[in-house]
Design a protein around this ligand. Structure first.
Ligand code: CP
Ligand code: NVA
Length: 339
């Protein structure tokens, strides 16, 4: 008799355990409705209110990660990562990020896929989006990610194009907010090329209501056709980088030659000589100003070793935060608001 009761108790215990385990192993992702899928192709694709949610959610996910707590809302979901350019941070943060959310990643280098042999982007999007749940692309022209997204049944994330790098600026904003509080009303100085990062910062300034000061050498200025009608409200163009950095809360820069522009390297090297973020530039910013760089960096070119390795630099936190914000982004695109 005692034996049978013990067996029953054991069976019930096992049943309860199985229920608990299976509930933590259920994906919270909502079914995607073709035509209504939310993509993240540029910073302006989300509203300020959505960013407020994402920043809070990133902090929550970061705290969970730091305390080794399991959180698998994307159990069994697959992320396709398509790379047409090199990457360290983007690949690793997306791959680790989807794994930590309970899913897994497939790395596709265009050189090894049929995309590299001329398969139309539209056809690739149809096929890849029928086999996976979310897609990240790093490529050249913005129009490539746009054509891909237009033919995808699942969310597409821009992992860098010639025009924009929204995941990086999302991480940068999160890093600033974590260290200094709200970015609204603050001043960010951009010293360097009118590249994908600069245009993304411009969108962020407009969306999150802060000031962006931009300084680049003659011949490497912003294209007025790419700036919105109201750009002047949040953007000041400074001929001298000293003016851009005066009393800034954050000074940021990037390589003088982005991927895809290597043929211009020698002319850029001479044109940008006076646009290095060094100790003299940091000295005119606010005493507690931060320095950021999306990395990889070239010490002695766009930034001095003293600045990037100095006390105002927050570049390693900035790099780590790619992981946390992209987890929040993938969770949001697939599950909507949680918590
Ligand atoms: N900042 C950034 O996107 O780095 P990777 O090129 O290494 O991905
Ligand atoms: N502007 C740089 C960023 C690299 C992360 C590039 O496009 O190469």
């Amino acid at each position: 008799m005692f034996y049978f009761r013990a067996v029953e108790r054991f069976k019930k215990k096992m049943q309860a355990k199985t229920l608990v385990e299976s509930s933590t192993m259920t994906s919270l992702a909502k079914p995607q409705v073709p035509g209504q899928v939310k993509h993240y192709l540029q910073f302006a694709d989300l509203t300020r209110e959505e960013y407020e949610y994402l920043l809070k959610r990133s902090a929550w996910l970061k705290a969970k990660f730091k305390s080794y707590e399991t959180w698998h809302p994307l159990h069994d979901r697959t992320l396709a990562m398509i790379f047409e350019k090199h990457s360290t941070r983007t690949r690793l943060s997306f791959e680790a990020g989807i794994h930590q959310l309970g899913g897994h990643a497939v790395y596709l280098n265009t050189r090894d896929t049929q995309l590299g042999r001329g398969e139309p982007v539209e056809d690739a999007a149809q096929v890849i989006s029928r086999m996976t749940d979310i897609i990240m692309i790093r490529t050249f022209g913005q129009e490539i990610v746009e054509r891909f997204a237009a033919n995808s049944r699942v969310p597409v994330i821009n992992g860098l194009t010639n025009e924009y790098h929204p995941c990086q600026v999302l991480a940068d904003v999160f890093t600033f907010v974590e260290a200094r509080g709200p970015i609204q009303g603050k001043t960010v100085a951009w010293v360097g090329d009118a590249n994908n990062m600069a245009y993304t910062w411009i969108q962020a300034a407009e969306c999150l209501d802060f000031q962006l000061r931009f300084s680049a050498p003659p011949g490497y200025q912003l294209d007025p056709a790419r700036l919105g009608k109201n750009a002047a409200k949040h953007l000041t163009i400074c001929a001298d980088p000293i003016d851009a950095c005066k009393d800034a809360d954050l000074v940021t820069t990037d390589v003088w030659t982005s991927m895809g522009y290597e043929a211009e390297n020698s002319s850029r090297m001479s044109a940008f000589q006076d646009w290095m973020v060094d100790e003299d530039l940091m000295a005119v910013a606010k005493p507690d100003a931060l320095f950021m760089h999306c990395l990889p960096a070239h010490r002695g070119e766009e930034v001095s070793a003293g600045v990037i390795d100095g006390p105002q630099s927050i570049v390693w936190e900035e790099a780590e935060n790619r992981l946390h914000v992209q987890k929040a982004l993938m969770e949001y695109l697939l599950c909507g608001r949680l918590g």
